[in-house]
Design a protein around this ligand. Structure first.
Ligand SMILES: [Zn+2]
Length: 206
């Protein structure tokens, strides 16, 4: 039978970037902490689901104070309606938000998809993105989506996939698609980029 140490380590090993040995180190770290720390950690984890909501427009996680469905960006009155930036995950969204140079909508894809996958839609929010774009294009509405994906193999494949998904709207002249990645150097991940890199990539997007 699995011990408690093993069980907890197995759970930690599922965290992104955490291997089995690191997971074990987390468990032994916890065993050395006082009750106050353990209680606070257990409480925060238990309350995470009930206290944090997901925006129904952009899918970012946020804390709804009055049970509102929209995050602070999507509910902004002066939001630039002409442009929407597509990011892989919440951490990337945070980086974009911190630069304060982008005033439009953001959309969180929820992952990247390898080109070989048969059902890409099951892994990332392509259907939701398509419907969000369709709702907004038209007179005075959305004109451009900026693909702000990391310049890694997966990021590039996902970029190409999204371009294919929207090829009809682009051909019809309804929508323009640009990529932030083309202004970045190979291997760049959005999550670890500084403000200058993002600003530079944004102005050089193609
Ligand atoms: Zn939102």
């Amino acid at each position: 039978m699995e011990t408690h140490i093993e069980k907890l380590a197995t759970l930690f090993a599922r965290f992104p970037g955490i291997g089995e040995r690191q997971a074990k180190r987390f468990v032994y770290f916890l065993l050395r902490q006082d009750n106050g720390y353990i209680d606070a950690l257990a409480r925060e984890i238990a309350e995470l689901r009930s206290k944090v909501s997901q925006c129904t427009e952009c899918f970012v996680f946020f804390e709804a104070v009055n049970g509102q469905a929209l995050c602070s960006v999507c509910s902004k009155r002066d939001l630039d309606q002409g442009v929407m930036m597509v990011v892989e995950k919440d951490a990337d969204y945070e980086v974009i938000k911190r630069t304060r140079v982008f005033g439009g909508r953001v959309f969180v894809l929820g992952g990247l998809a390898p080109a070989i996958l048969k059902d890409v839609d099951a892994y990332i929010r392509i259907r939701e993105l398509r419907s969000a774009v369709e709702r907004r294009t038209g007179k005075g509405g959305l004109q451009e989506i900026i693909l702000a994906l990391s310049l890694t193999t997966l990021g590039i494949q996902t970029d190409e996939y999204i371009r294919r998904v929207f090829a009809d709207l682009v051909d019809a002249g309804t929508l323009r698609i640009t990529s932030l990645g083309r202004g970045l150097s190979t291997g760049t991940e959005i999550e670890y980029s500084d403000k200058e890199t993002i600003v530079h990539a944004l102005s050089g997007r193609k």
